[in-house]
Design a protein around this ligand. Structure first.
Ligand code: NAI
Length: 339
């Protein structure tokens, strides 16, 4: 991927010096929850991204250390750490892209929905601050349950009168990353060439990988496809169980978050044909929020792409996920309206 190419470029000092930043626009990226399990490696990866000129790292604690550490890396962006409520405004002011991995992760036996009560409040207060300090920023929501936290963010922004549906994204890239890895393993194809759209939402059965559209093509049996689908849907739980109480995916999530933020920055900078799957406001089904392929551009969402042809198995999966996704969306909206 281009992110990896950028990382490799930065790893070679001579090339890094030769890299001209003059033609690359200034872009401020803010990470909210930057001292956490996802936040730290994500901050590292964003520091390696040459599209970033200013990197603001915010958390309720621990950010001075993370910022000092990351700031010593000899790449383009200037890094600043911000800690606590009274520094949140400064962290957000002038931001082009705000990435939110703030909140509590799952423990074994928990669903993403079990996180709702804590994370909904965190997301609401952070989005209230975004509306005040950087109302035009692109928001990348990582905090779970994404199926509900994105609708919460939308409601907060509506209340503040600044909602722009083109700028709000639920980050589902990890589902795509997993689907690609698992497919490549099963189909025995080069993982670097694999593409698999993943649509729907970001929890259990609401995650619907479209293996019928996967490339390069492979002749997988229906049993294989069902096993791959299940493994993609349960990928998060696989990590939660292996970490045995120490949290959920952090390293692969940081990678996925960095890929998605990079795509948003490229879109902002006018790079054509940047397409990633994301959970956005949508009219491609009857649900108000839905993940599908999205073309990114100077205003955020340039176009929400359709689902394309589905297999019977995928059609069935689509109908099965709708009630759960619908109720998660409603739960988010209700929370935002009540609180
Ligand atoms: P963590 O507990 O290691 O880190 C969370 C960080 O958020 C902590 O540093 C904490 O101090 C900070 N925080 C809490 N309240 C805050 C506030 N009001 N403002 C700013 N920062 C605040 O958790 P981890 O593993 O980094 O996970 C973070 C979130 O990401 C969880 O909700 C998790 O479920 C979600 N997640 C999402 C995935 C996705 O695919 N979208 C994948 C994996 C996790």
């Amino acid at each position: 991927s281009s992110l990896l190419r950028s990382v490799k470029t930065l790893a070679r000092p001579t090339t890094a010096r030769a890299y001209s930043v003059d033609s690359v626009p200034s872009r401020k990226v803010t990470v909210l929850g930057a001292a956490g399990g996802i936040g730290q490696p994500l901050s590292l990866l964003m520091k390696l991204n040459p599209l970033v000129s200013q990197l603001a790292l915010y958390d309720i604690g621990g950010t001075p250390g993370v910022a000092a550490d990351v700031s010593h890396i000899n790449s383009r962006s200037e890094v600043a750490g911000y800690m606590g409520d009274d520094q949140l405004g400064q962290a957000l002011e002038g931001s082009d892209v705000v990435i939110i991995p703030a909140g509590v992760p799952r423990k074994p036996g928990m669903t993403r929905d079990d996180l709702f009560n804590i994370n909904a409040g965190i997301v609401k207060s952070l989005c209230t601050a975004i509306a005040k300090y950087c109302p035009h920023a692109i928001v990348n929501m990582i905090s779970n349950p994404v199926n509900s936290t994105v609708p919460i963010a939308a409601e907060v922004f509506k209340k503040a009168g600044i909602y722009d549906e083109k700028k709000l994204f639920g980050v589902t890239t990890l589902d795509v990353v997993r689907a690609k890895t698992f497919y490549a393993g099963k189909a025995n194809v080069n993982v670097a060439e694999v593409n698999v759209p993943v649509v729907g939402g970001h929890a259990g059965v609401t995650i619907l990988p479209l293996f019928s559209q996967a490339t390069p093509k492979a002749n997988l049996s229906q049993d294989d496809i069902q096993a791959l689908t299940k493994r993609t849907q349960d990928g998060g739980t696989e990590v939660v169980e292996a970490k045995a109480g120490k949290g959920s995916a952090t390293l692969s999530m940081a990678y996925a978050g960095a890929i998605f933020a990079d795509a948003c920055l490229k879109g902002l900078n006018g790079v054509p044909d940047v397409v990633e799957c994301s959970y956005v406001q949508s009219t491609i089904t009857e649900l108000p929020f839905f993940a599908s392929k999205v073309r990114l551009g100077k205003n955020g969402v340039e176009e929400v792409l359709g689902l394309g042809p589905l297999s019977d198995y995928e059609k069935e999966g689509l109908e099965k996920l709708k009630p759960e996704l619908k109720s998660s969306i409603e739960k988010g909206i209700e929370f935002a309206k009540k609180n």
